[in-house]
Design a protein around this ligand. Structure first.
Ligand code: NAD
Ligand code: 89Y
Length: 343
């Protein structure tokens, strides 16, 4: 029998990656799945041979028999489902974006803490192989102490065909994709204290913003720029690559197209390719994201087994989510927002 039995709620577009990730992890079995949509429930249930299938999360929790729940629904249902997990004292993973508002996210963290359950936000981009490689270089001291950074994601990829809800929300790129880039900025440069943002909508067929430029001040004095766009038509489409630039007092680091990493320091210049692995079930160009799903799930199981808080716990992710809220506030008001006013 598997050491960790899981249940998954939400069998949509992205959950298939999560099911593959769980299937590959030794000692883990997804024993129950849930979706309101009977067709999605049947597709995922059949593909991954899961016998216990539910249209209601309440019924699934009432039947129990699992050690954690993986919530892969869209944002509107996150709070109710995390609170349900807390009520049943079941450790929970919740997909990003954490919640519709920061107040909801804070309530979810409070519910998990009151129930004594671990809560991890599925914030997987910091688990991408190229981003882990960047972090390793920073930690090695090869470029000295960083004083400036940029996390950049600019693409013209059609994300709306696979995720049509992204075209309908009043909020789009910061909440959906920028949230990952902001988390990467926190991962690499430390927590932020201030946010100044500008947004634009270029695509006339969507409701929300598809371009955002954000300036962050970090606690340790680093200044960073996080810029994201789904309106950028390049000769070679880079989706879903994140580019990173960092200047330190002893050198520089550049992560560019096709996962090329250039590190320049006192000893000279080193160029390498830090491409993600193409897992057996993965497909290009998504393989970078898909591998990070497998890696964050491994991290969850390791921390669950050790009884330790995961790196992207609900508590931690409040600081990433506050940056999202701060960016929308700043863009709306035209000024700088202090993170201390939100957290
Ligand atoms: P989707 O709409 O394709 O799938 C969501 C599924 O959840 C649907 O099948 C829906 O019927 C079901 N559902 C919704 N509420 C439910 C409820 N209360 N009970 C049972 N089932 C319910 O959405 P998606 O594109 O798979 O996205 C899901 C989440 O994953 C989103 O929050 C999205 O932002 C996130 N996502 C994350 C990444 C990443 O890299 N981390 C990538 C893509 C999407
Ligand atoms: O939903 C988004 C995410 O989290 O990663 C990429 C994406 O699928 C589209 O922007």
């Amino acid at each position: 029998m598997a050491r960790f039995r899981g249940a998954l709620i939400g069998c949509g577009f992205f959950a298939v990656n999560q099911m593959h990730g769980w299937q590959d992890l030794a000692g883990v079995e997804i024993v129950a799945i849930c979706d309101r949509d009977a067709e999605r429930l049947a597709i995922v249930g059949d593909q991954f041979s899961v016998a216990r299938r539910y249209s209601s999360a309440e019924e699934m929790f009432a039947d129990g028999g699992f050690d954690f729940v993986d919530i892969a629904t869209t944002v509107g249902s996150h709070r109710a489902l995390v609170e349900l997990a807390a009520k049943h004292r079941v450790p929970a993973i919740c997909q990003k974006p954490f919640a519709p508002t920061l107040a909801d996210a804070k309530a979810m963290v409070a519910a998990a803490e009151a129930a004594g359950i671990p809560l991890m936000i599925h914030e997987n981009f910091r688990w991408q192989t190229p981003i882990l490689a960047v972090k390793q270089v920073l930690d090695s001291g090869a470029i000295g102490t960083p004083f400036w950074g940029r996390v950049s994601f600019r693409s013209g990829f059609d994300v709306f065909s696979g995720q049509p809800y992204l075209a309908r929300g009043k909020r789009f790129i910061i909440e959906d994709l920028g949230i990952h880039s902001l988390d990467i900025a926190r991962f690499l440069f430390g927590d932020a204290t201030s946010m100044t943002a500008r947004t634009r909508r270029i695509n006339p067929d969507i409701a929300g913003e598809d371009v955002a430029t954000m300036l962050l001040g970090h606690e340790n004095g680093i200044t960073s720029i996080v810029d994201v766009s789904y309106a950028t038509k390049l000769p070679e489409e880079p989706f879903p690559e994140t580019f990173v630039e960092i200047d330190g007092d002893k050198g520089t680091l550049r992560l560019g197209k096709d996962y090329r990493l250039t590190v320049h320091g006192p000893e000279g210049t080193v160029e390498s390719v830090v491409a993600p692995n193409l897992l057996l079930w993965a497909s290009r160009p998504w393989h970078n994201i898909q591998e990070s799903v497998a890696l964050i799930q491994k991290h969850w199981i390791e921390r669950l087994a050790a009884g330790r808080e995961p790196d992207t716990s609900g508590r931690d992710n409040l600081k990433t989510f506050a940056l999202v809220e701060a960016a929308y506030l700043s863009a709306e008001r035209g000024g700088t927002v202090a993170l201390a006013d939100l957290l």
